[in-house]
Write a protein that binds this ligand. Sequence first.
Ligand SMILES: Nc1nc2c(c(=O)[nH]1)N[C@H]1C(S)=C(S)[C@@H](COP(=O)(O)OP(=O)(O)OC[C@H]3O[C@@H](n4cnc5c(=O)[nH]c(N)nc54)[C@H](O)[C@@H]3O)O[C@H]1N2
Ligand SMILES: Nc1nc2c(c(=O)[nH]1)N[C@H]1C(S)=C(S)[C@@H](COP(=O)(O)OP(=O)(O)OC[C@H]3O[C@@H](n4cnc5c(=O)[nH]c(N)nc54)[C@H](O)[C@@H]3O)O[C@H]1N2
Ligand code: SF4
Ligand SMILES: [Mo]
Length: 736
Amino acid sequence: MSDASLTRRTVHTHCPYCALQCGTRLGNGLGEVTVTPSDFPVNQGGLCQKGWTAPDVLAVSDRLRTPLVRGADGRLVPAGWDTALDLVAGRLRDIRRESGADAVGVFGGGGLTNEKAYLLGKFARLALGTSRIDYNGRWCMSSAAAAGNAAFGIDRGLPFPVTDLGRADVVLLAGANPAETMPPLMRHLDRAALIVLDPRRTPTAERAALHLRPAPGTDLALALGLLQLAVLDGRVDHSFVRERTNGFDEAWQRALPWTPERTERVTGVPVDAQRKAVRLLADARRAYILTGRGAEQHSKGTDTVSAFVNLALALGLPGREGSGYGCLTGQGNGQGGRELGQKNDQLPGYRMLADPEARAHVAGVWGVDAASLPGPGPTAYELLDSLGTPHGPRALLVLGSNPVVSAPHAGHLAERLAALDLLVVADFVPSETARMADVVLPVTQWAEEEGTMTNLEGRVLRRRALLDPPSGVRSDLTVLRELAVRLGEPAERYPDRPQEVFEELRRATAGGRADYSGVSYERLDAGEALYWPCPAVPSGAAHPGTPRLFLDGFAHPDGRARFVPVEHRDPAEVPGADFPLYATTGRVLAHYQSGAQTRRVRRLTDAEPESYVEIHPDAAARAGVEAGGFARVVSARGTVVARVRVVEGMRPDTVFVPFHFSGDGRANLLTSGALDPRSGMPEFKVSAVRVEPVGAVVDDPADTGGARGDAVAGDGRAGAAGAVRAGAVRDGSVGR
Ligand SMILES: Nc1nc2c(c(=O)[nH]1)N[C@H]1C(S)=C(S)[C@@H](COP(=O)(O)OP(=O)(O)OC[C@H]3O[C@@H](n4cnc5c(=O)[nH]c(N)nc54)[C@H](O)[C@@H]3O)O[C@H]1N2
Ligand SMILES: Nc1nc2c(c(=O)[nH]1)N[C@H]1C(S)=C(S)[C@@H](COP(=O)(O)OP(=O)(O)OC[C@H]3O[C@@H](n4cnc5c(=O)[nH]c(N)nc54)[C@H](O)[C@@H]3O)O[C@H]1N2
Ligand code: SF4
Ligand SMILES: [Mo]
């Protein structure tokens, strides 16, 4: 950090990674940034490995410090800011003139601060006038969001503070592995008996009172079966159902065919275990049902969440203190990122783009005519899938995502990115996606910037700067402002001071479902715990915010929650002769998402250096692969090369591949573009695969899935596949 002047000694801020947003104290002495956990309620003095090592990302050796522009020879070379921004704006203007406003697309991220997410949505709708904007939160929160809106009339991941979980007797976790994905959350689950639904015996499952191992993609059947059992065993809370909900009968009709025996046949969960789960939940005085990506990332993810919500409603859990349903949202600003306008169909405040009143309100704040705002566009996968086609964008701006690694059907989408006339990526490291870009814009990261984030509980938090940005680096807000001005927008419309953006965001969200108008930097800095909705109160009195939703009623106009009738269906792809196994994907403790950040941290890559596949001993024997060797995992779309881990706790019909690695280790070479028709969520959690031994593998110690950060200039745009390939296999036969 040689050129960063150390401006303050300590600040209270939050971890840059997941939605728990653990409180931290950052300090610097002797030129080194240190982190210690603060006594913040969600982490209570704890942090995970990623949080402890987060300062290392501030000092990575391949930190981007200057814009890069791809030259005539196909190499990315350093350029001045004006050159880079003029070039981008000029190309965007040309493309818009030739092909219309929708020829430019925007891809945002759930890790962006509220201010960035807000300004990005505004920039897309006004400066670009495009409807083609969506973000990686689509991969993350969309199923639970759609189901939450349908059932409760509002989408806040946890409608209660995390600390409420600490008093629970029983917590059912459907497809969540917080022992690895949110370790400090486990402190709040110490007291509860856990029921864990996961095809693998995860560290979370090891702590469970009851571990159910459904086949991937069968949670919906399981939830229907559990609802049927709850009814048969007389466990339904009829007075709650009568007084506070609608639609029970129809939902229950759909569960009727799901006898315990049929449920066992389809899911593999024994009748006994089903019955135990229902009894545990129903006998508890305080119980929660929580879903994670394991239940949600399916082509029926929304219906699956609805089935779990139906079960929770039948048991009378939501809408009272000490019990309920919640979704464990994932990214740092997974909650705020979804309600401030970077989603394809949304305006700030969780207002809908198709709603005339919403358009009028936001257009008023922005000082434009509501008719000038574009309508809703396609969802993330559809957007990326259309790039460079006659109907899709010719240019794409990416802020806060690394889709070359994290998007489904990644081999195909890398080709779509390569087909663009212009790819612009703002990042602070040369991610796999940045390495494909025509222009790379180097931006600030967490400890170098101010802003707000909204954690998984809907609590708005302050991100604070410890350091000045390295020279040559600008904030995303400044980048958007500079581009907007070059596209002919008035500069005042794009403030780049975070607090100024927040003040505008307050007005834009006022009266919306996610109302931030009563939140201010001053209140947050004074230590107030503010959960949205937190409206401004005309009298001037301060609204206290809403830690717990639904206590007085659900957010539908009649105040009642709705059962949503749902049916089970198969995943888009089921195992068969050529591809006999299920592959599911997910996370491991040491890495974060596409790994762009954590694969650059030595202490984390030492712990998890490379892609691996977890497989049951019987399946390993059948496939002829051995623990410690390499295997090829092959789906109809692609091949992953991964180190074999033979594990007893796995279902024999299922393998697991983490998605954090690059090159031929990318799990998303396997996944498909099958989408949930209700939410646009891809089916990350089910692909049909076979596993094969790999012949000669040459270990390249320098290549740990991108950890060394290859020289940026070396990657050519034309060789898109080559640019993202860094596998350790040299037998020449692996490829697409
Ligand atoms: N270490 C780490 N922590 C993270 C992240 C990270 O990348 N790394 N990312 C953050 C983000 S953005 C998110 S979204 C969260 C995600 O947090 P989680 O939802 O906990 O993470 P996943 O590992 O994707 O999925 C959870 C579990 O689902 C299981 N699973 C797979 N298929 C199925 C199925 O069909 N049914 C059921 N019931 N289970 C299934 C997997 O085996 C896995 O153990 O984590 C956040 N925290
Ligand atoms: N197979 C499989 N695939 C998955 C999943 C799965 O379970 N299985 N999970 C999905 C889920 S839940 C998620 S959330 C996605 C996430 O996947 P990605 O969208 O790829 O998420 P990250 O790796 O966090 O990428 C963030 C990128 O933006 C950069 N960045 C971080 N902060 C900022 C910022 O403030 N500004 C800018 N300009 N850049 C920034 C980082 O350096 C990094 O390169 O992956 C999805 N993909
Ligand atoms: S649990 Fe999440 S927020 Fe907390 S330290 Fe780990 S990555 Fe950071
Ligand atoms: Mo996520």
